[in-house]
Write a protein that binds this ligand. Sequence first.
Ligand SMILES: [Ca+2]
Ligand SMILES: [Ca+2]
Ligand SMILES: [Ca+2]
Ligand SMILES: [Zn+2]
Length: 306
Amino acid sequence: MKLSGGKWTVAACLLFASLTLGQVKAQDVAEPETPFVLEGRVWASKRAFIESGMRCGTPNPTLDEIADIDSVVRKRLLVSPSVNGGTINVYVHVINRGTGIENGDVPDSQIREQIKVLNDAYASTGWSFNLASIDRTTNARWFDMQPGTLAERQAKKALRKGTAEDLNLYTANPGGGLLGWATFPWSYEGNPDLDGVVVLYSSLPGGTAAPYNEGDTATHEVGHWMGLFHTFQGGCQAPGDRVDDTPYERSAASGCPVGRNSCPMKPGDDPIFNFMDYSDDACMVEFTGGQTVRMNESFTTYRQGK
Ligand SMILES: [Ca+2]
Ligand SMILES: [Ca+2]
Ligand SMILES: [Ca+2]
Ligand SMILES: [Zn+2]
């Protein structure tokens, strides 16, 4: 009698727990449709912002491009094994339109915090980041540079330092609330001057670009710079992001939709906690082992010694 009462209690608890979990999931998936504001620009909702393409300006490559990129990697790895992590020098270029944070002149303290965020994010991958230098340039046209513009080319040509192994990180206000973009490792050979990462100055830790102000825009863009694609690259279709341990994902996540499963025919929930999705900074917390391998192999093929 006592025993069966205990069983009922356990069963009731399990039922309650699963109902509660179900409710939490439903709440997290449906974000409120309230206006989203970034750098003075307004979208109907954060989801609308995500779908506008302003979350990240790094292109999604085609299947043919991915096949070419990866065949070069396979050939390179026949010559000698891949590196396993390392330390990357970071040259930070603060582009602003005048003095003060509101004009993009972010202080050294915020840049040091950004480097710390990078080091924490990449700790599991074996890669670390060493702040090599900070320079500051006041140029309103460069401050508003966008991917593929003359302003981008001029700014980077004037400011870029180091080799293919070095990270050039530019802070700017890339027009209309674009959070950032990066060049891929395989673009270095043809376009060394453009190599690097640009982020919205207010996305640095403690900046005003909430909920993208914990420094993970840089984490995400550096992921591209290291050779990673978005987790939703290719949707539910193989080869996806070319990383086996990130589950397939039909489209970018917004917010922190715990339990999202946009490719139900493929195993696993969506990788919404991954730095290469579009979730809020607070929700982005991990790279996978497969992504680490891809970074190592991309670096070895396209950056090491170049
Ligand atoms: Ca994957
Ligand atoms: Ca799935
Ligand atoms: Ca985070
Ligand atoms: Zn991206």
